[in-house]
Design a protein around this ligand. Structure first.
Ligand SMILES: Nc1ncnc2c1ncn2[C@@H]1O[C@H](COP(=O)(O)OP(=O)(O)O)[C@@H](O)[C@H]1O
Ligand SMILES: [Mg+2]
Length: 258
């Protein structure tokens, strides 16, 4: 895989890229807007669940395209809620959530689905389909997005190689270790080359070695241009990784000095 940045960061005066797909549909006469440098912007975000839980309080966060950010915090501090807002699984009670330059408040239906396709998501518990092989689990995402057989075939092997599972393509999830299952779920998240990858405690069920292996893969994906946001409460992993860190404490976000 080469760079996954679907659109180059361009200044307002530069020529729009030919791959600038979403811009192409804008009416003529409206010059295409340059994309911002930010993959994610949260502005004064508050999230109160219907039962009254205040999960996020006045959260402001700007994540530059191509960066790797850790979100730490103890259980219940709001990490999963933050990611859910980013992929549109929850909507904030107040404030703006802007992902890939799209304001999530304005997105419904197909447009929200389109944005979600541009975001890879990895969960602590892998969420693989048990009766499908590794290949099928990964290919399913592409099939669901309307990729043809040839394209699915073209993408499958390099993606499995990227996570070190090319020799386990025909295994079923219950024939794999936890670390391997998590690597399948990473393959599934990135096979459609999304520019943003969100991982919610991806190492939560793994031992130290497997955790580090997963983080190394996320780092590698970051080096090819994917913006990576990872939640964890494993301080040791964060210290080993040398990436920017923010911490949630009871729903409030703090920058952690490096
Ligand atoms: N669906 C929900 N309904 C009500 N409260 C919730 C819901 N999800 C999370 N919460 C509450 O919001 C707060 C933050 O939760 P969460 O984002 O899951 O934290 P973390 O991922 O850091 O453990 C907690 O107090 C939690 O109980
Ligand atoms: Mg959580």
């Amino acid at each position: 895989m080469t760079s996954v940045r679907d659109r180059p960061t361009s200044s307002p005066s530069s020529t729009p890229s030919a791959t600038s797909s979403s811009r192409a549909k804008e009416p003529t006469g409206n010059p295409p807007q340059a994309e911002s440098n930010f993959a994610v912007k949260l502005q004064q975000v508050n999230m109160v669940y219907p039962n009254g839980s205040r999960a996020l309080i006045d959260v402001n966060l700007h994540v530059q395209r191509g960066s790797f950010l850790f979100v730490t915090g103890s259980s219940g501090s709001g990490k999963s809620t933050l990611l859910k807002l980013l992929y549109g699984a929850e909507r904030p009670t107040q404030g703006d959530v802007i992902v890939n330059d799209l304001d999530l408040a304005t997105l419904r239906g197909d447009r929200l689905s389109m944005l979600r396709r541009r975001i890879g998501i990895v969960f602590q518990d892998y969420k693989l389909i048990p009766k499908r092989t590794v290949s099928e689990n990964v290919a399913f995402v592409l099939w669901a997005q309307g990729f043809n057989r040839k394209e699915i075939h073209r993408r499958l092997l390099p993606t499995l190689k990227m996570v070190g599972l090319h020799d386990k393509a025909d295994r079923f999830p219950d024939e794999l270790s936890g670390g391997e299952q998590q690597r399948v779920s990473i393959a599934r998240a990135i096979v459609s080359t999304p520019p943003i990858l969100l991982a919610d405690e991806p190492t939560g069920n793994l031992d130290a070695d497997n955790s580090w292996q997963v983080i190394k893969i996320l780092k590698k994906l970051n080096t090819v241009g994917i913006t990576v946001i990872v939640t964890t409460h494993d301080d040791r992993l964060v210290r080993m990784s040398n990436h920017p860190v923010v911490e949630l404490r009871n729903g409030r976000l703090f920058k952690v000095p490096s």
